[in-house]
Ligand binder design. Structure first.
Ligand SMILES: [Zn+2]
Length: 288
């Protein structure tokens, strides 16, 4: 099992409400401390280029953000955040290349992609690494269809915006949990059950050569921006996804999560990401 991580994908940016800039390091430290990395290889990778970002975003916006002339998705001009961006997308792209080459599952410990639209950073997301990765692999002919299965609790509006701008509706299958389940009330009003939604999405994603799975922590009941699923339901979600695509190219990442302990630590979020890793390990090592 492999995880595509290097320290350059992390920015301290601790003043932000969203921990996503510094979360990869905390997640990796947590998994290390729990002994979960003993059977995992940490793989290095190359950052993506400005041209890769410009393929899916307004080129002027890309230059302005990276040159610190315009605010990023955290609404600041932090140089460390800008420096980390080619590495967060680079982690996802390298993981996806490996997954395609080996028809296997892997992990990119990254967040902060799906609200970034063609022209604008938004909601703690500066550049849309999901779309950087998907479009690069389609351009290279490594995949004909790619699925983005987004189980962050918020709607992946930036992803849909870029798909529409680039006319990729036929080549990118996009299922965003947040379109239906952003709140418990919305889910109730629409009369949809999460398990039924997920089962349908899994069936439709099976038509793709590669699945990018956002295993968001923010659907959790106690998340201040979520409040939809229990910890057990989230574990069941992860197991269902990993079982469905066990012999297929799949990359999972972290996506959102905003709970804090009373001491300000993100332990409740780390716990949910740890559960996803455990679900992945249990499905991967179970031979049937
Ligand atoms: Zn979210």
């Amino acid at each position: 099992m492999k995880i595509f991580y290097r320290p350059e994908q992390v920015a301290s940016n601790t003043a932000a409400y969203s921990p996503s800039a510094y979360k990869p390091k905390q997640v990796m430290d947590d998994w290390q401390a729990q002994g979960l990395l003993d059977v995992i290889d940490i793989e290095s990778f190359e950052p993506v280029s400005r041209a890769d970002f410009k393929r899916v975003h307004n080129p002027q916006m890309v230059d302005d953000v990276l040159d610190l002339k315009r605010r990023n998705g955290f609404r600041n001009v932090d140089a460390e955040v800008a420096a980390s961006l080619p590495y967060t997308s680079g982690s996802l792209l390298a993981a996806a290349r490996w997954a395609l080459a080996h028809r296997a599952n892997t992990c990119s410990p990254t967040s902060g992609f799906h609200h970034a639209g063609y022209d604008e950073p938004e909601g703690y997301c500066t550049f849309n690494g999901l779309m950087v990765t998907a479009v690069k692999l389609l351009d290279e002919g490594r995949a004909q269809r790619i699925a983005i299965l987004d189980c962050d609790v918020h709607y992946g509006n930036g992803t849909d915006d870029i798909i529409a701008r680039l006319g990729l509706q036929d080549r990118i299958i996009h299922h965003s949990m947040g379109q239906h389940f952003e709140t418990r009330e919305q889910a109730g009003a629409e009369g949809i059950h999460f398990e039924a939604w997920l089962a349908k999405a899994l069936t439709e994603c099976a038509a793709a050569d590669l699945v990018l799975y956002q295993a968001g922590a923010d659907p959790h009941m106690d998340d201040p921006l979520g409040g939809v699923l229990t910890e057990g339901e989230m574990f069941g979600r992860d197991v269902a996804v990993f079982r469905a695509f066990r012999r297929k190219a799949l990359v999972w990442n972290l996506a959102g999560g905003y709970q804090r302990d009373t001491d300000g630590s993100i332990e409740p979020v780390l716990r949910l990401h740890r559960n996803t890793l455990v679900a992945w390990m249990s499905v991967s090592t179970h031979q049937s």
